[in-house]
Design a binder for this molecule. Structure first.
Ligand code: GLU
Length: 474
C-alpha cells in the first residue's frame, strides 16, 4: 500500500489539537476557534482567446473574532477548497501571534498564471473581485486581500481599481486590499516584507547561545550556511537580506528548472542576474546542478539553515529523514507536514514555524492598511521636526565638548525616518517580540516541545480572550 501524505489542512488541524490540550480552554470555545467561519466557492466564465473558460475560485474567511479578515490570494493550478481553508486558518493564528488585529482569510484561483497573458489575467482578477464585491466578501472593514503565491502588486492594483469602480463613494476604498504598488496607495517595504521578516525571525532564533549550542551551532547568523527552496518574492528577499545583512552564506537554491549547490557559497545577486540572462539557475559557474526531476533533492543539501519558500507539503514522512539542516525556517505556508514535523522535533532539529516566521507580509500589510485609513504616508509629520531636533542635540554636544562631529556621522545622526525606515523598524520590533513570546512559552512549559506548539498555544490563548470578552463562552 502506498503511504498517503498527511493533507495540508489535516496538518494544520493536528497542530491546533496538539496545542489546544495545553490551554485548558473549554471544548466549545476551542471548536469555535478551529473551524472556518465562511467558505465561498465560485465558478465564473472569462473570455480567453476565442473561447470562454470557466474559472474555479475561492475565498475563505476562517475567523471573524476580529474584522476585517485578512489574507492573500493565490493563483495556482493546485488550488482547492481544502488548501484555501488551511491557508485561511493559518492566517488567523499568524495575525494573533504578531498582534495584527485581523481575522484570517485566504483566496485562491485555480489557474496557472504563467499560462495567461497579462490582459487575460487582468480579466480574471477583475471578475474574481466583482464576485467578492457582490457577496460582500471584500472591503476595508470586511475582508482585505493581499498577494500570495502567483500574485503580486499588479493584481492588487486591479483589485483596488475594480473595488473603487463599485464603491467610488468609499473614502477608505484604498484599504480594501494591501500589497498595492506604492504609486497606488501601497507602502514602501511591503514587497520585501515577508523575506525581511523571515530574516529577522532567523536572526532572533540564532541569537540564543544555549539554543544554538543544543543544535551544535555557534551563536549569531554570521557564516551560517543556508539553502533556499524557491526564488519567488519570499525566497529571493530572504536570501538577499540574509546574505547582505546577516553575513549568511547561501550554498544551495532550487527553482522550477532544478537546483544548484556550491559549498563555497553563491552570491545571490549574481545568481539572480545569471538566471535573468540564461533563463535558468542551472550551470551556474562552480555549482553542482540537479535538473528538474531531481530538484527536490534541495531538501537534502548540507547546510545549517534550510528555507522552504515555495509551497506546502515539501518535507513529508518520505523525505524528512534525509534532511540534514539543523534549522528549518518555514518561509512558505505549511512546507512541513505534521508527521514530518514530529520526526524533526524528535531528532532535535529546530523548526521555526510558518505561523510566526512568514508573518512579516501580513504585518506590513497591516501598516499599509493603517496608512490607507489615515490617508497619509508614515513619517510625513515628524521627519523634519526630528531632523531639526537631532541637529540641535549635535550642536549642543559640539558646544559642550568643543569638538566638531564628523560630517558623515552628523548626517547619520540627524537623519529623520522615512516611511521605509519606519516600516522596517516596526517589522523588526514585531518579529523580535513575537519570537520571544513564543520562546518563553516553550521554555516555561516543559510539555511544550516545539516552537510551533508554543506558537499555536500563544495564538489560541489570544483568540480565546476575544471570545471570552464577548461572554458567549463560560
Ligand atoms: N499571503 C501572505 C501570507 O500568507 C500575506 C497576507 C497579507 O498580507 O494579508 O501571509
Amino acid at each position: 500500500m502506498t503511504k498517503t501524505t498527511t493533507s495540508f489542512y489535516q496538518s494544520v488541524q493536528n497542530y491546533f489539537d496538539e496545542a489546544a490540550i495545553h490551554t485548558g480552554l473549554p471544548e466549545g470555545l476551542l471548536g469555535q476557534i478551529k473551524i472556518c467561519n465562511a467558505v465561498y466557492q465560485m465558478r465564473f466564465p472569462v473570455k480567453i482567446g476565442n473561447g470562454v473558460q470557466v474559472i474555479e475560485a475561492y475565498r475563505v474567511q476562517h475567523s471573524h473574532h476580529r474584522t476585517p479578515t485578512k489574507g492573500g490570494i493565490r493563483y495556482s493550478n493546485h488550488v482547492n477548497q481544502e488548501e484555501v481553508m488551511a491557508l485561511a486558518t493559518l492566517m488567523t493564528y499568524k495575525c494573533a501571534i504578531v498582534d495584527v488585529p485581523f481575522g484570517g482569510a485566504k483566496g485562491g484561483v485555480k489557474i496557472n498564471p504563467w499560462e495567461f497573458t497579462p490582459g487575460q489575467l487582468e480579466r480574471i482578477t477583475r471578475r474574481y473581485t466583482t464576485e467578492l464585491i457582490r457577496r460582500n466578501f471584500i472591503g476595508p472593514s470586511i475582508d482585505v486581500p493581499a498577494p500570495d503565491y502567483g500574485t503580486g502588486s499588479r493584481e492588487m492594483a486591479w483589485i483596488y481599481d475594480t473595488y473603487r469602480t463599485f464603491h467610488g463613494d468609499d473614502i477608505d476604498a484604498a484599504g480594501c486590499v494591501t500589497g498595492k504598488p506604492v504609486s497606488q496607495n501601497g507602502i514602501r517595504g511591503r514587497e520585501e516584507a515577508t523575506g525581511r521578516g523571515v530574516f529577522y525571525g532567523i536572526r532572533e532564533a540564532c541569537s540564543y547561545k544555549d539554543d544554538m549550542k543544543a543544535l551544535g551551532l555557534k551563536v549569531g547568523t554570521e557564516g551560517k550556511t543556508m539553502v533556499v527552496q524557491g526564488l519567488g518574492n519570499v525566497g529571493a528577499h530572504t536570501a538577499k537580506i540574509s546574505q547582505d545583512e546577516g553575513g549568511i552564506v547561501i550554498v544551495g537554491i532550487s527553482e522550477v528548472e532544478g537546483a544548484i549547490y556550491k559549498k563555497s557559497g553563491i552570491d545571490i545577486h549574481d545568481l539572480i542576474k545569471f538566471r535573468k540572462e540564461t533563463g535558468s539557475i542551472l550551470n551556474y559557474p562552480g555549482a553542482e546542478s540537479y535538473d528538474k526531476k531531481d530538484r527536490k533533492s534541495v531538501m537534502e543539501f548540507e547546510c545549517d539553515i534550510l528555507v522552504p519558500a515555495a509551497l506546502e507539503n515539501q518535507i513529508t514522512a518520505e523525505n524528512v529523514k534525509k534532511v540534514k539542516a539543523k534549522i528549518i525556517a518555514e518561509a512558505a505556508n505549511g512546507p512541513v507536514t505534521s508527521e514530518a514535523a514530529t520526526v524533526l522535533q524528535k531528532g532535535g532539529r529546530m523548526v521555526i514555524p510558518d505561523v510566526f516566521l512568514n508573518a512579516g507580509g501580513v504585518t506590513v500589510s497591516y501598516f499599509e492598511w493603517l496608512k490607507n485609513l489615515s490617508h497619509m504616508r508614515f513619517g510625513r509629520m515628524e521627519k523634519r521636526f526630528n531632523q531639526k531636533q537631532y541637529d540641535q542635540v549635535v550642536g549642543v554636544v559640539e558646544k559642550l565638548t568643543g569638538k566638531k562631529v564628523d560630517k558623515r556621522d552628523r548626517q547619520l545622526i540627524v537623519r529623520g525616518a522615512d516611511e521605509v525606515d519606519l516600516v522596517r523598524s516596526g517589522l523588526e520590533e514585531t518579529m523580535i517580540n513575537s519570537y520571544n513570546e513564543i520562546r518563553e512559552v516553550m521554555k516555561r512549559k516543559k510539555k511544550i516541545k516545539s516552537l510551533r506548539n508554543a506558537a499555536f498555544v500563544v495564538a489560541i490563548n489570544k483568540i480565546s480572550s476575544d471570545y471570552m470578552a464577548l461572554g458567549i463562552f463560560p
